[in-house]
Ligand binder design. Structure first.
Ligand code: 13P
Ligand code: SF4
Length: 325
């Protein structure tokens, strides 16, 4: 499905996604959110890991981290509500300083964003003078401000290759960095961060799936460990994985990523059987329908980025947005 959602009523959008009894129970809060969006001139941007009630029910636009950064820059709405984690809301603010950016829960963080600070990046630059710093968007604004360019899982290889350098520092995800290194001749120096959700998968558990379900297709996010990626038939960002299912129409597939992805996508591809395993991201799951309603109603949890930090971080994000993926 395209990143921009057609304007049907939440009820129509959830038809076939959730059981009728659940839709009926959720309808009052769904209607409140629709009314608040109208009165606040707000849009809800939702990451692919949101639960189906949010992803299908109230999002106006949705996608992976790259799509959300692009959509945040493009929207005419005065208020952006980020149904995602804090770094995504910060990125929306960085590319759109004059808009109000809200997040329903300030504690919706990310293990990768916590893995590195601006001071760490300055030390890396001292250790590797002249080596460009490529920073995954799953980082704080402060870290982006210390970087040369950002990337997402959807464009990491293209970003690294856009720099005309023999060697780059890649942070903070070591598995994504190692995967990029396997796709390019450029020498990659990685930081030791990892995603607490994707690092839990193992190649061994995937062997079991292959043995149990001959012909099953395995598609994985590049934040997974190398033994998982070696086992995968396709590696890509969350939106890349959705696009792959759309194009390939597999009979049976395992999406090696956060749980809600399969739930969201299964509703759109009824002919494909989605098999677990999956792991939940506790940060993403802090975002709820009632939290979205409260946030829009009370205009609460506004994301603010220090303007001098934002200006430097913006340069890194904008440079990334100019790279064709
Ligand atoms: P993408 O949606 O950009 O692939 O990122 C996955 C992720 O873990 C975001 O938190
Ligand atoms: Fe961070 Fe991993 Fe959760 Fe994404 S899934 S927000 S990378 S902890």
């Amino acid at each position: 499905m395209s990143p921009t959602v057609t304007r049907m009523s939440p009820r129509e959008r959830l038809d076939g996604v959730l059981p009728e009894i659940e839709i009926a129970a959720l309808t009052p809060v769904l209607e409140e959110i629709e009314e608040l969006k109208r009165s606040r001139n707000a849009v809800v941007l939702a990451h692919n890991y949101m639960t189906p009630d949010i992803y299908h029910g109230v999002s106006d636009m949705r996608g992976d981290s790259l799509a959300l950064a692009r959509l945040a820059k493009k929207t005419n709405a005065e208020v952006i509500l980020m149904a995602g984690v804090h770094f995504m809301a910060e990125t929306a603010k960085i590319v759109n300083e004059c808009k109000t950016v809200l997040i329903p829960d300030m504690e919706a963080g990310c293990s990768l964003a916590e893995a590195i600070t601006g001071a760490d990046v300055r030390l890396l630059r001292e250790r590797y003078p002249g080596v460009p710093v490529v920073t995954y968007v799953n980082t704080s604004a402060e870290v982006k401000a210390e970087s040369d360019i950002c990337c997402t899982s959807g464009n990491a290889v293209q970003v690294v290759e856009s720099l005309d350098a023999d060697r780059v520092i890649f942070l903070p995800d070591r598995f994504l960095g190692q995967w990029v290194a396997s796709q390019t001749d450029i020498d990659i120096i990685v930081w030791e961060g990892s995603c607490m959700v994707h690092e839990q998968f193992s190649g061994e558990e995937l062997h079991v799936y292959r043995d149990m379900h001959p012909g099953i297709q395995i598609i994985a996010h590049p934040e997974c460990p190398p033994d998982v990626l070696e086992e995968a038939d396709f590696v890509g960002s969350t939106s890349g994985m959705i696009q792959w299912v759309k194009t390939e129409q597999p009979r049976q597939v395992v999406m090696v990523t956060e749980c809600s992805m399969s739930d969201n996508v299964a509703a759109e591809f009824p002919d494909t059987e989605f098999t677990q395993p999956c792991n939940l991201c506790p940060h993403m799951k802090r975002i709820t329908l009632t939290g979205i309603r409260d946030s829009l109603r009370d205009m609460q949890h506004e994301v603010i980025v220090d303007p001098t930090v934002a200006e430097r971080a913006r340069a890194s994000v904008e440079r990334m947005l100019e790279v064709r993926a």
